[in-house]
Write a protein that binds this ligand. Structure first.
Ligand code: RP5
Length: 165
């Protein structure tokens, strides 16, 4: 489901973010949601960030998922240049285990929102699920797929724990 004219943009500050952000892509795939993943660094490719964020709505994106680590300006900067909803994923950093990423993303001053998720894999998956919930508001078929995804998740939880082999 990757490619252009996608509904969801997954942007990240570095190639090193992809092992985390691919969980968002995998989750969108499981729900049949088209997406396009790109490396857009607020620090190293600022012109690319401006071009992407200012043009994201015209490109046809409806939701942006932005992952970054350390001094993670990417989600907030992207949100400042687009009216689209932006969900931020704090990537786990080596120095501070992602607490730097989390605080950088979550503490947006009033006026420009970034919906901030958990650090790492859980955040990437939940960002995709939130994007799905937003898109499902105007897509009944997707709403059914999302319901089915959650029912499958519930059915996969055992009633009682078992000893590990
Ligand atoms: C951030 O710096 C990226 O989002 C990444 O999480 C972090 C480290 O990037 P690399 O030095 O691994 O490229 O901009």
């Amino acid at each position: 489901m990757a490619g252009t004219r996608a509904e969801v943009a997954i942007i990240m500050g570095s190639q090193s973010d992809w092992p985390t952000m691919r969980h968002a892509a995998d989750t969108l795939d499981a729900l049949g949601i088209s997406h396009d993943a790109r490396i857009v660094s607020a620090h190293r490719t600022p012109d690319r960030l401006v071009a992407f964020a200012k043009g994201a709505r015209a490109e046809g994106f409806k939701v942006i998922i932005a992952g970054a680590g350390g001094a993670a300006h990417l989600p907030g900067m992207a949100a400042s240049m687009t009216p689209l909803p932006v969900f931020g994923v704090p990537v786990q950093s080596k120095a501070l285990s992602g607490q730097d990423s989390l605080l950088s993303i979550v503490q947006m001053p009033a006026g420009i929102p970034v919906g901030t998720l958990a650090i790492g894999r859980s955040g990437a998956i939940n960002a995709a699920l939130l994007a799905a919930a937003v898109l499902a508001l105007s897509d009944p078929a997707l709403a059914e797929r999302l319901d089915a995804w959650r029912e499958k998740q519930s059915a996969g939880v055992a009633e009682r724990p078992q000893d590990e082999a």
